[in-house]
Design a protein around this ligand. Sequence first.
Ligand code: AMP
Ligand code: TRP
Length: 356
Amino acid sequence: MDTKKPILISGIQPSGQLHLGNYLGALKNFVELQNSGKYRCYFFVADLHSLTEDYEPKEKPKQVLDLALSYLAAGIDPKKSTIFVQSAIPAHAELTWILNIITPLGELRRMTQFKEKSKTGAESANVGLFDYPVLMAADILLYGAKYVPVGEDQLQHLELTRTLARKFNAKFPARAGGGKTFVEPQSLLTKVPRLMSLDDPTKKMSKSRPAGCLFLDDSPAAIREKLARATTDSGKEVRYAPDTKPGISNLLKIHEALSSEALQLTVARYKNKGYAEFKRDLAETVIKALAPFQAKKKTLKAPAFACLPAEALAQAGLRTGRQNSKLKAILAAGNKKANAVAEKKLAEVKERVGLF
Ligand code: AMP
Ligand code: TRP
């Protein structure tokens, strides 16, 4: 790897199926950024973050592997990028603790995601959910990442990461001649930083509202049905006007992101046609765009899961007995590389804060 190239990192939580928002806001961009050849890329499975929400322990290993498979199926290439699992790198949790010491309670209380996820009551929310942004800061700062591709909902967390980096650098300066410990990261957004829900275009597409999600693993029939049912606005003109026509505007953004056609051209093409025809055509565009991902995932899937216990395989409807643990090997190699980088940075941090 060219050590002069800036470092880029991002992660996704393994907590259920990926939806089109994850794809257009993050994953598709991961692949494009990787293939630009301009960065040293790290992509990881944020399994520690995913423990902050209710989950079934038996499902977690499957979810972790499924997300790693989705990375590969989307085009993340272990020869070009380091792919790893967050919980395999102890430094993430250790640095979180050290960053906790410089994180004001008030900053975390302001976080929109925490406020939303703890709606049933901040007092009964788990501390992990509260501390989630600090773990995210540790994920990024350990690798010296300059760039972080994410969706818009993560910008506030990234801003906190920058604040913590600055604060740490000021509070624990290096000895003469040493550089700054942490790099302040910048976000990289796509043209669709906030895809809206199909059933309610005033809310973002989110795993917590499955009814409004188009999942990357959805069958063509499901995609057609979901788009036919997608909430549109009054009137029947296909036009881009996010404030007055949020439903159709959201669908136009999907079309633009997945086709090579500029939005205004699409609008012109559907000038005298209704919503239904546009939605039907959009379904075919989505199906076509997701087909390579789905096909690749299918071919990777059966052998990749062979490393799971027989019971888990049976539950997932997969055959046992296959010895191919290629995915496991890819993750083991990625974990090793990531661990070396993270350990080095953690040692530097410990020295700066006065730990042995
Ligand atoms: P998560 O599933 O919460 O781990 O999110 C993974 C990535 O997808 C993050 O970079 C999010 O910001 C991004 N993301 C999630 N939902 C959306 C959405 N509706 N539109 C755009 N990006 C999204
Ligand atoms: N919090 C992110 C999300 O929910 C996932 C994540 C965890 C992440 N650590 C990260 C993203 C570090 C970018 C960098 O989408």
